[in-house]
Ligand binder design. Structure first.
Ligand code: ADP
Length: 280
């Protein structure tokens, strides 16, 4: 039964039924809807193409700089530190990209195992605040935390939950304005977003990372967690983005049966709300 008229890929096998019926012939027709399979195949191919492109770009620029240093700029001692600096920057970009690709594939491999640890979310938030303090200071950004006392622990893989906060707080600083605030709030809530994951859940830990940045135009919001999707690619690259941060967040949250909602007002800032289910 096909509910909506939309393009589909159907694989059909038509075989002659060995026992012919009287006065005619019988056939068996097997139809298999392979739309989903095709989509996954295409996604995989696109992903490999995108990833290769992303890796090749910095590599090309490093190779170009090496050529310059070996040839035309060989004796231009003043240019050397500049070129070396650019090479360091590009290799850093490649390193980040490969780190992100590896963590993405690791998370995907574990996607179907339910995390079993108990995580003190506030402790993780505080650790990430310390981690980013220096980067925030460079832009005169203040990281503040608001949380109730005695928050319950959440079920999860500590490293992965940490990675979620790392990516969200990192983005808030990267895309936040200078001289602004990044606010992280943690609270227990029963005001849950509508989501199939949450039909049997009554309460969740809501962690919100709010920045005062330029915000994200509405039309980009649904695609933000796609691999290599960027709102402004030139800018995202400049601030050192791999385009994989939110894809990693999405996969970790899926494994944790958690849900993310993004709110953003252009010119004011963005809030990333994460809801981690709490078992009663
Ligand atoms: P990147 O490594 O490029 O930051 P992400 O997957 O973390 O990749 O984010 C995808 C894109 O979403 C970014 O390139 C950026 O355009 C946008 N984005 C993410 N977080 C924010 C934010 N807090 N404010 C504005 N834009 C954001």
């Amino acid at each position: 039964h096909i509910a909506e008229p939309e393009p589909r890929d159907i694989h059909a096998i038509i075989e002659r039924f060995p026992i012919a019926s009287k006065g005619g012939m019988a056939v068996i027709i097997t139809l298999t809807d392979i739309t989903q399979l095709k989509r996954i195949q295409k996604m995989r191919a696109d992903f490999v193409a995108n990833a290769s492109h992303e890796i090749r770009t910095p590599l090309t620029s490093i190779a170009g700089l090496i050529e310059l240093l070996q040839g035309p700029a060989k004796d231009d001692k003043e240019a050397h530190p500049k070129f070396l600096g650019m090479m360091a920057e590009q290799s850093e970009r490649m390193k980040n990209l490969i780190t992100d690709l590896l963590s993405l594939s690791k998370i995907e491999m574990n996607a179907h195992t339910v995390p079993t640890g108990a995580v003190d979310i506030l402790r993780v938030v505080k650790q990430e605040k310390v981690h980013f303090e220096w980067a925030a200071k460079q832009k005169n950004v203040t990281i503040n935390i608001e949380a109730a006392d005695n928050l319950p622990k959440i079920r999860g893989e500590e490293n992965e939950v940490k990675q979620v906060l790392h990516n969200l707080i990192g983005n808030a600083i990267k895309y936040g304005n200078a001289d602004s605030e990044v606010l992280v709030t943690c609270r227990v809530t029963s005001d849950l977003p509508r989501d199939p994951n949450f039909v049997k859940i009554k309460r969740a830990m809501q962690v919100t990372v709010r920045d005062e940045g330029e915000g994200i135009p509405k039309e980009h919001l649904p695609r933000l967690t796609e691999r290599f999707y960027r709102v402004d690619s030139a800018r995202a690259r400049k601030v050192g983005g791999t385009g994989l941060g939110l894809a990693i967040v999405k996969h970790i949250l899926q494994r944790h049966r958690a849900v993310m909602r993004i709110e953003s007002v252009v010119g004011e800032g963005s809030s990333f709300h994460v809801y981690l289910p709490l078992n009663e």
